[in-house]
Design a protein around this ligand. Structure first.
Ligand code: CO
Ligand code: CO
Length: 329
């Protein structure tokens, strides 16, 4: 679905007030957080989607890594998960389902997350994902708001998964590039999350369906206290992303994302349409977007490189004015 469809549908409906709710569906946070005691809260999220790759095992891995990402973005520790499956039992062999679930379990194992149940329905179209429950200290919640003037903006994974996955069918990309994108989509954001918790940061979100600029917007438009400068030249891309975008091979979601947030973008340099498509390309299992003080940024990047997060890089900074805007320069 397009940006914010569920939020829009819920808007104005009466929701019960609960003093223990730390983050709910308002505020576009990555996960819901609910306080149980003064030093314990639960983090909850779910995600599921249709296959974006042919291999069921890899699709299972991607679906789980993608869903866990929202817990990591908030600084939580995922503990348990439940499978959500829609399966066309008349069209596909049950071995496909088994392989997909095995891929999912493989990543839950790596993340030290325990599968506690699930639900499946028959459906003409295969869909898979998980719901996740994790824990967090109520005072240590990392939200997507809170960026401070002077903060550097770090991105931890390359951009372009939507564009490259769109090109997969016409066979416009080499197996090497597909491997590179797959490797990125099945990489947990766990280590990056642990490093940002250890060092201390201002704000974080993960880059997924709304694209880099869509998620960047969520970090600044809510309370309009600051603006965010992004340097398009610095945004790290998968190989061939540029060429594919120039050829117009861009998923429809990128255009929807662009339309939804166009009013919040201020261009101070000449930027081609295809570059804008890349900046709004919906990502699957993308990296973390982190705002960190300038004093801590070098240490953070060093720790990330040491932990194998080799693509982490500064792509922008937080400024006083214009508030509530993304400035491309
Ligand atoms: Co998210
Ligand atoms: Co999500």
């Amino acid at each position: 679905m397009g940006p914010g469809v569920l939020d829009k549908a819920l808007c104005g409906l009466i929701q019960r007030k609960d003093p223990n709710l730390i983050t709910g569906f308002e505020g576009a946070e990555d996960a819901g957080i609910y306080k149980l005691t003064d030093n314990l809260a639960i983090v909850q999220t779910l995600d599921f989607f249709t296959p974006i790759v042919d291999d069921p095992y890899i699709f299972g891995q991607i679906a789980v890594v993608n869903a866990l990402s929202d817990v990591y973005a908030m600084g939580g520790k995922p503990l348990v998960a439940m499978n959500i499956v829609a399966f066309p039992i008349k069209k596909l062999d049950v071995s496909v389902l088994r392989e997909m679930l095995e891929g999912g379990l493989n990543k839950m194992d790596e993340a030290e997350v325990t599968l506690v149940g699930g639900h499946s329905v028959e459906d003409p179209e295969l869909k898979y994902g998980i719901s996740v429950t994790g824990i967090i200290h109520p005072d240590k919640v990392i939200t997507n708001a809170g960026a401070k003037v002077g903060d550097k903006v770090i991105l931890t994974k390359l951009i372009g998964t939507g564009i490259i996955n769109t090109a997969l069918k016409p066979e416009l990309v080499t197996p090497e590039i597909i491997d590179k994108v797959t490797e990125s989509m099945i990489a947990l954001n766990r280590k990056a999350s642990e490093i940002m918790q250890e060092i201390g940061i201002s704000a974080c979100t993960d880059v997924t369906g709304f694209g880099l600029l869509g998620h960047a917007c969520e970090m600044i438009v809510e309370d309009e206290k600051v603006g965010m400068v992004i340097y398009p030249d610095k945004v790290p891309l998968f190989p061939e992303t540029e060429n594919l975008a120039k050829m117009g091979i861009v998923p429809a979601g990128a255009y929807r994302n662009k339309m939804f947030r166009a009013g919040f973008i201020e261009k101070r340099i000449e930027i081609s349409d295809w570059m804008m498509d890349i900046l709004f390309d919906p990502q699957t299992s993308g990296g973390l977007l982190i705002c960190v003080s300038p004093e801590k940024v070098d240490k953070m990047l060093r720790k990330m490189k040491e932990s194998g997060i080799k693509n982490a890089i500064v792509i922008g900074e937080i400024v006083q004015e214009p508030r509530g805007k993304i400035i491309l320069q």
